[in-house]
Design a protein around this ligand. Sequence first.
Ligand code: KIV
Length: 290
Amino acid sequence: MNTTSTATPYGTLPPASPVAARKPISLPRLNELRERGEKITMLTAYDATFAAVADAAGIECILVGDSLGMVCQGLPSTVGVSLETMRYHTESVARGVQRVQGTAWIIGDLPFGTYQESREQALRSATVLMQAGAHMVKLEGGGWTTETVRFLVERGIPVCAHLGLTPQTVHALGGYRVQGRGDSAAKLRQEALALQDAGAAMLVLEMVPAALSAELTQELSRCHTIGIGAGKGTAGQVLVMHDMLGINLGKNPKFVRNFMTGQSSVLDAMNAYVRAVKDGSFPDNALHAW
Ligand code: KIV
């Protein structure tokens, strides 16, 4: 463990911060973390400054999520986000990360309507985000995305899949509801395994029962599970930055913790998030009673 304080342009990190020991994140490095049982931290960021602070705080993966539609653009859902908007924010985040530490792994979210039509459409859209500075793209959905994932991975584009509550299909799901309960657990498991076989290196599990996501994490040895509202048994955790800073305009989901509480800077709040994920004190399975 780091025993000295670490100065960053945003303030001084406490001695226990994992930042000093950081190397640039890559897929082999994420595998190393998992092999030694260290949880992976992921946070959304949408602009250069917050991305640089997240990187300085030791967040391993920055997701330029299409949640920006809601938190930056004030849209009612992520459905209205365009590829050009994602390109703009991905480029901003990539610049911010490079300005300071340059270690975070950047994931660009493919927005609604930019990968559903064909594998070729997905490749064109993914190329835009990779050229804007993403190291990986994320797309939502189950079985029907498997061949798209394979197509992208075969062409050198790392892919993060996303199962459970998939916000782009909120209208089809009937709201922001828990997924994978009861009979639907078997389908979710089958889809997760198929996505791993197709080459997905990461899988976001959103609002699925903690027991199911813990089992999937054991079963998926080649794909890192990243939970949000999915309990503590996943290989890593992700939160929407505005939620964990307590500045969400809407209602925070009950599994979110406000990491700004008791902290005097955004850097400290993000560092507290990193530490809580690493030491297993976040999330709290009692708040995932689904
Ligand atoms: O867009 C986003 O922020 C996401 C996370 C909720 C995982 O997809």
